[in-house]
Each structure stands twice: as structure tokens, then as C-alpha cells.
Unconditional design. Structure first.
Ligand SMILES: Cc1ncc(COP(=O)(O)O)c(C=O)c1O
Length: 364
């Protein structure tokens, strides 16, 4: 068989990945549905009612052909109002949005500078460009500054995540100052910070009180706290115009699903309605982790370190037997294996306490 040796090699070091059907009998501490919106059937019903009022319920073609629908526009206008950006563009997924931005914006003679823990979609896109690409040490602002000072370039484009998807680290606020000072374009991937941090739960711009400027780009995903699927890019009108002319995953792809985009709009409104309750529940989960592990979660990602890939799988199995579903994340996604635990706020805190009790008694 053509790939047997590669697959065997993965198996040997406990890195072989397999898909498993979700076991709904387990309590889900694995998925990114931070606020439990994916199970709120009233949001689905509202969405279907709204989409049914239009002639077509499918996007049918690219946004640049005939697929840009009032549902997309309505959602984009909502996002601009809420986040204070000039323009929004919906995209098929966070992966496609990162591909769009990172493949299109850095041109020849530019420099792209990414945090070394930036998401795989950005890393992949960075391999497709002719601009110079550099990585700075994770969340190390001195290293970022050093790269900006010691390289020559026409434009610099810096890419960070609001909350890093695996380590759960919060981006250093200084990145905004540094990028302003060096007049770089700054991309903030807010996949894991929207719905989780900030006074209005809008992510790190909101948390740090940053007024968006013409060089800021905020990417948000809809498949995590928002309980839908898809993504959006917020930026200046100028950058939006460029992306719509150059970003291949926006131009050469069918526009995002209307049902998903409307579901996301309805999801955002639901967060607004329940914001104080959600913030209280998020705080409660953070207190539990602090009490059990003396660890400060910035968002709702608790990376429980384990000492080998083998143990990651073993602990995962043990938790599975106790009725808990968690993710065992191994190389190459992370350098050191972890159990990635998401204390989703729709699961009562007592269940989360039992999971923490079990883990805190275990050797890593
Ligand atoms: C930081 C980050 N960016 C982008 C993505 C891709 O988003 P999507 O799952 O919507 O394609 C993910 C996750 O999957 C992510 O964790």
C-alpha cells in the first residue's frame, strides 16, 4: 500500500490520528463550543424562519459573482457596528479566512512576521507567498521588535492570535503599541477569544480597549463560541477592497452558507442578551481551574500538560471511561503533549469539578 510505512511510523510514536463519531453520552469538554450555543434549538428555529423568507436558501456562487446575499451583508453590517471596523467580509471558514489574508496581503519586498504558535492555516498560507517570512518567539514582544528593527521591507505584516488555540495564552497587549509604532499591518486571529474575553465578549480588541485603525485586521470564526460555521474578516475599506480583488479563497469559492451566517447573527444577538450570565459562568470556570491547579486561564482553554503522547492517550481513555470527553493533543500540533480541556459553560460546574478532582490526583 502506498502510505503504509508513513502510517506505521505515526502509529509507532502514538501520533496516528483517527476520527471518531461523537459519543453524545460523554460530557463534552473537548469541543470549542465555549458557550454551548450549538445546542440551543431556539437559535436554529429562528435562523430557519429568517432564511425561509428569501427566494434562495443557498449561496449559489462566489461572493464576487452572484453569491453575495442580503444575509451576508446584514451580518457584516452588524459586525462592523459592534466592533467599530469600517468593513467586514464573510468567509467560508477560519481556515479559508487565514488563507485569504495571509496569502494575499504580503507582496514581494514585504515581510510577514508570525508568532511561532500561529495556527496551521496561517503557516500553510505563509508557504505560498513570495514575501519574506519570519517567526518570533511565542508572545515575545522583544523578539518581534527586534525583527522589525533589523530587517528592511516595504510593508510589514504581523500575525498573532487573540488567545492561542492550544496553549490558551492571551496575546500580549504590547503588540498593538509595537505595530502602531512600526506602522505594520496587524492581523489578530480571534478564533478563541471572541465570545470568551472582553467586556462585550468580543475578544481582545474589546478586552484591551483598542480602537481599530486602518492597519488592524481582525479575523473571527463562527464555528467556536458562536455555535455555527464560517468566519469573518474585519478591516479598513481599503484592505477589504484589496482582499476582494486578490484573496483567492474569497474569490474562487462559493460564498458562505446562508444558514450558517444567519445562525451566527442570531448567536451573537443571543450572547448580547445573556452577556452578564455568560461572563459570570466563565469567571466561575476560571476560579475552579485556579483552585485545583493554581493556573490562570485567560480564556476557556485549560491545557493540562502530560509527559508523553502515550500518557496523553492513556489519560484521555481514563477520562472517557469516567464519562468525560477531552482532546489529547500531540506533536506536531504542540511541542509538549496536552489534554486540551474546554470547560464549556453549559455543562454544570459540578461535572467540571469532578473532572478537575480526578486530574489533580493524577501524575501527568
Ligand atoms: C486560531 C485558529 N484560527 C483558525 C482556525 C480555523 O478556523 P475554522 O475551524 O473556522 O476553519 C482555528 C481552528 O480551527 C483556530 O484555532
Amino acid at each position: 500500500m502506498p502510505y503504509s510505512s508513513e502510517l506505521k511510523a505515526l502509529q509507532k510514536v502514538d501520533r496516528l490520528r483517527v476520527r471518531k463519531l461523537e459519543n453524545t453520552k460523554l460530557i463534552d469538554f473537548a469541543s470549542n463550543d465555549y458557550l454551548g450555543l450549538s445546542e440551543q434549538k431556539e437559535l436554529l428555529r429562528k435562523t430557519v424562519d429568517e432564511v425561509e423568507t428569501y427566494t434562495s436558501h443557498a449561496p449559489k456562487s462566489s461572493q464576487l459573482v452572484n453569491g453575495y446575499h442580503p444575509i451576508h451583508k446584514n451580518f457584516e453590517e452588524y459586525l462592523c457596528r459592534k466592533n467599530g471596523f469600517e468593513e467586514a467580509i464573510v468567509a467560508g471558514s477560519g481556515f479559508l479566512a487565514n488563507l485569504a489574508i495571509i496569502e494575499a496581503l504580503p507582496r514581494k519586498k514585504d515581510i510577514l512576521i508570525l508568532d511561532e504558535e500561529y495556527h496551521a492555516s496561517g503557516i500553510l498560507a505563509s508557504k505560498l507567498i513570495s514575501a519574506e517570512v519570519k517567526f518570533f518567539r511565542h508572545n515575545d514582544m522583544d523578539d518581534l521588535k527586534d525583527i522589525l528593527q533589523t530587517n528592511s521591507y516595504k510593508r510589514a505584516i504581523v500575525a498573532v492570535e487573540g488567545i492561542y488555540s492550544m496553549s490558551g495564552d492571551l496575546v500580549d497587549k504590547k503588540v498593538f503599541e509595537i505595530c502602531d509604532k512600526f506602522e505594520t499591518i496587524l492581523i489578530v486571529d480571534e478564533a478563541h477569544s471572541v465570545g470568551v474575553v472582553g467586556d462585550s465578549l468580543l475578544g481582545v480588541f474589546d478586552l484591551y480597549g483598542i480602537e481599530p485603525n486602518k492597519n488592524h485586521i481582525k479575523m473571527g470564526t463562527l464555528g467556536k463560541a458562536i455555535g455555527s460555521y464560517g468566519s469573518y474578516i474585519l478591516c479598513s475599506s481599503h484592505i477589504a477592497e484589496f482582499l476582494l480583488n486578490r484573496a483567492k479563497s474569497l474569490i474562487y469559492a462559493t460564498a458562505p452558507s446562508l444558514l450558517d451566517i444567519e445562525l451566527a447573527r442570531v448567536g451573537f444577538l443571543y450572547i448580547e442578551e445573556n452577556i452578564e450570565l455568560f461572563k459570570k459562568e466563565i469567571r466561575r470556570r476560571r476560579e475552579i481551574v485556579k483552585r485545583h491547579f493554581d493556573y490562570d486561564m485567560s480564556g476557556l482553554i485549560f491545557p493540562f500538560e502530560v509527559n508523553s503522547s502515550k500518557n496523553a492517550l492513556k489519560r484521555q481513555k481514563e477520562l472517557d471511561n469516567l464519562g468525560f470527553s477531552v482532546a489529547a493533543i500531540r506533536a506536531p500540533t504542540v511541542k509538549k503533549p496536552i489534554l486540551r480541556i474546554i470547560p464549556r459553560i453549559n455543562i454544570n460546574s459540578k461535572s467540571f469539578e469532578s473532572l478537575c478532582n480526578f486530574l489533580s490526583r493524577r501524575e501527568p
